[in-house]
Design a protein around this ligand. Structure first.
Ligand code: NDP
Length: 313
């Protein structure tokens, strides 16, 4: 059997990053985690890094401000996965990856790089609205740098992180589901795609040694999780045994409210607009140029929306 690639996870203490570390170890890869010098006395991060070490990961010190440290870290492995932040209400550091691209180019040994994507495919968002398009534009800048440097890649399009979308019954600003009331986006019938964050990590790790995903975009589209907001609400109502009061927010109202928010909020709301009013995740067929995880890895039993939502009971 072919040796499993050695993997470096950058952004390993993050919301998705920690799941990538666990999935990489679970799938038997020698796993390295970048321990940034800037983490300093952030006790939560330090404890998490130590826990990764207990699980069998290797910690590698480095910094985005120290090019040679990145080159040295990259030279230890075959595959680099970056899960650096890219959510404005938290922090948005997508372009910092250009430094990582430079390091990977110089190191010259990397067989696969997965940049921090894990959302809507930015290549489909060239007509996205301001200001939220910055997320897609920045991710495309990183893609161009990767491709110009000739670095082998896989781009993961993971659709909606379940915690952000299912947790709030698809309402921005909520991450716990109400037992009383829900505001539907328009008629609430646009379909979106929800993916358990641990499943995103599992699928991402599966791609790294897979020749079918080399230099490809991979979509995570679990068939049972392609649902409208109304259908998500119905699943929740079934779980709690109660019907919620429903109101609706029109597209115009949504956009008017969005304009009153600060920049970071507006970025997030733009994304909700494209997903919930335009149906940008599910309103197209996947073409031949991209791969889809349920076809690539039918053996993986993904978490359904109903299973995910049981945690909120
Ligand atoms: P986090 O906000 O959890 O941050 C991830 C990591 O980024 C941090 O743990 C830290 O890594 C690193 N980081 C943060 N600031 C800096 C900095 N100034 N310099 C260097 N490193 C820094 O990220 P998420 O897990 O939320 O996001 C990961 C990806 O997933 C992004 O591309 C994002 O756009 C996408 N995403 C998609 C969603 C969806 O619904 N599809 C929802 C949320 C995110 P460390 O300290 O460990 O080095």
């Amino acid at each position: 059997m072919a040796m499993k690639s050695k993997v470096l996870i950058v952004g390993g203490t993050g919301y998705l990053g920690k799941r990538l570390v666990k999935a990489s170890l679970a799938q038997g890869h020698q796993t390295y985690v970048l321990q940034r010098k800037e983490v300093g006395v952030d006790i939560e991060k330090v404890q998490l890094l130590l826990w990764f070490k207990q699980l069998g990961a290797h910690l590698v010190t480095g910094s985005f401000n120290d090019h040679q440290s990145l080159v040295n870290a990259v030279k230890l492995v075959d595959v680099v996965i970056c899960a650096i932040s890219g959510v404005h209400i938290r922090t948005h550091q997508i372009l910092l990856q250009l430094k990582l691209v430079d390091a990977i180019k110089e190191a010259g040994n990397i067989k696969r790089f997965l940049p921090s994507e894990f959302g809507t495919d930015p290549a489909r968002m060239e007509n996205a609205m301001e200001p939220g398009r910055v997320t897609f534009d920045d991710k495309m800048v990183v893609r161009r740098a990767i491709e110009e440097a000739g670095i082998p890649f896989t781009y993961i399009s993971a659709n909606c992180f379940a915690g952000y979308f299912l947790g709030g019954l698809c309402q921005p600003g909520f991450i716990l589901p109400s037992r009383d009331h829900v505001r539907l986006h328009g008629d609430g019938n646009q379909k979106a795609i929800y993916v358990d964050e641990d499943d995103i990590a599992t699928y991402s790790i599966k791609t790294i040694d897979d020749p079918r995903t080399l230099n490809k975009t991979v979509y995570i589209r679990p068939a049972e999780n392609i649902l409208s907001q109304r259908e998500v609400v119905q699943i929740w109502e079934k779980l709690i045994g109660k019907e919620l009061l429903k109101s609706s927010i029109s597209e115009q109202e949504f956009l008017a409210i969005m304009k009153e928010q600060d920049y970071a909020e507006q970025v997030g709301l733009t994304h909700y607009y494209h997903v919930c009013y335009e149906g940008c995740l599910a309103n197209f067929e996947i073409g031949d140029e991209v791969e889809e995880t349920s076809i690539l890895y039918p053996e993986i039993k993904y978490t359904t929306v109903e299973e995910y939502m049981k945690r909120y009971l």
